[in-house]
Design a protein around this ligand. Structure first.
Ligand SMILES: Nc1ncnc2c1ncn2[C@@H]1O[C@H](COP(=O)(O)OP(=O)(O)OP(=O)(O)O)[C@@H](O)[C@H]1O
Length: 342
């Protein structure tokens, strides 16, 4: 498959000389057509800069960037305008025109693209129906909730049938429930309309909800990328681990571990769980073989890409050598961490 967006050793520096700021370094990234691709990173990591390169709002400083098969580095403005027609964008603060109705906001890009009145009306009605706010066509943005405003933003971004939708922190201003609704709508945009979506976020929950693939950006570099399942199941860098721990039950540490220790005198281990790895079966076989008892003291599971992932902290009770044997056996099935006193 050919990627719809491909970064090849892309660098981006703002300004020149001593006051220059390097926002991105050595970015290699392939986004396949039809993917929901998330870029996650902390504030200042370079996420917004990365999306602004895709729709050529900023030129790359080094390397090359291919969008839909065309190397956009050094293209004249006229060609870039054509390219941008295939790319929609939604924003954290929605960026709607307050003086125009919902209809007027969604119709605007069609007007700019030269659609006649009748076609505009038909298309706007279809879009408002798709995003679920057909009854708000004649309302003004100030009369809408945050979730409704973002639906208008999505309808407007989709108006001219783009191939790619860039979503820059598109749910960061919304409460968790509304976030869920907007993410489900974005998922429909992807599956029903076949639009490739690039989601920029600092929230791992957003990645978990809708993305197929994820790249972790740290200080302008991609430190990890892969399928969401792989990155969540086995994060390799500290930054990725910190993001993963915001959504999956973590290994107890600090005061939580102290409290567990006060209540449980046996050895504590944390097992990484994946329901496709049969960790439970391995545990029950190992403990019965070595006459070790266990108690579940912490943990849980969450669904990710059709797989249940999580962590379980157990207290193992029995002779030292038997507990060692159980741990060794479990290590053949999954990752096990022994929790030593903090
Ligand atoms: N136009 C600009 N001129 C100079 N420096 C810039 C410009 N735009 C971004 N930067 C710098 O590039 C770096 C990356 O910024 P960017 O906005 O891409 O990060 P971000 O990950 O999107 O952060 P946030 O989540 O806070 O928006 C920062 O150091 C920022 O100050």
């Amino acid at each position: 498959m050919t990627p719809i967006v491909e970064f090849r050793q892309v660098g981006k520096t703002f300004g020149t000389g001593a006051r220059s700021v390097t926002a991105l370094t050595g970015i290699d990234l392939s986004i396949e057509a039809g993917d929901v691709f998330a870029v996650i990173g902390y504030s200042g990591a370079g996420k917004s800069t990365l999306v602004r390169l895709i729709n050529a709002l900023e030129p790359v400083s080094s390397g090359s960037l291919l969008v839909d098969g065309t190397d956009i580095t050094g293209l004249p403005e006229r060609r870039l305008r054509e390219l941008r027609r295939d790319i929609g964008m939604i924003f954290q603060q929605f960026n709607l025109m307050r003086s125009r109705t919902v209809f007027g906001n969604v119709a605007y890009p069609l007007k700019v693209a030269g659609w006649d009145k009748e076609s505009r009306q038909r298309r706007v009605a279809e879009l408002l129906h798709f995003v679920g706010i057909a009854d708000k066509a004649w309302s003004y943005p100030d009369q809408l909730s945050g979730g409704q405003k973002q639906r208008v933003g999505i309808a407007r971004a989709l108006a001219t049938n783009p191939k790619i939708l860039l979503a820059d922190e598109s749910t960061s201003a919304l409460d968790p429930e509304t976030t869920g609704e907007v993410l489900r709508l974005l998922k429909r945009v992807n599956t029903e309309l076949g639009v490739t979506i690039v989601v920029i976020t600092h929230e791992m929950e957003v990645v978990r909800e809708i993305a197929d693939r994820v790249a972790v950006l740290d200080s302008g570099r991609i430190v990890e990328q892969g399928s969401v399942l792989d990155v969540f199941a086995t994060p390799k860098t500290e930054t990725a681990r910190r993001f993963v721990e915001t959504v999956l039950p973590d290994r107890p540490g600090g005061e939580r571990l102290d409290r567990l220790r006060a209540r449980h005198s046996g050895r504590l281990i944390t097992a990484h769980l994946r329901d496709d790895r049969r960790v439970g079966a391995a545990l029950s076989e190992a403990v019965s073989r070595h006459q070790v008892r266990f108690e579940i003291v912490d943990g849980g599971l969450k669904e990710l890409g059709g797989v249940q992932l999580g962590r379980l902290t157990l207290e193992l009770l029995g002779a030292e050598s038997d507990v060692d044997a159980v741990i060794a056996e479990l290590r053949r099935t999954t990752e096990i961490e022994e929790l030593t006193a903090s």
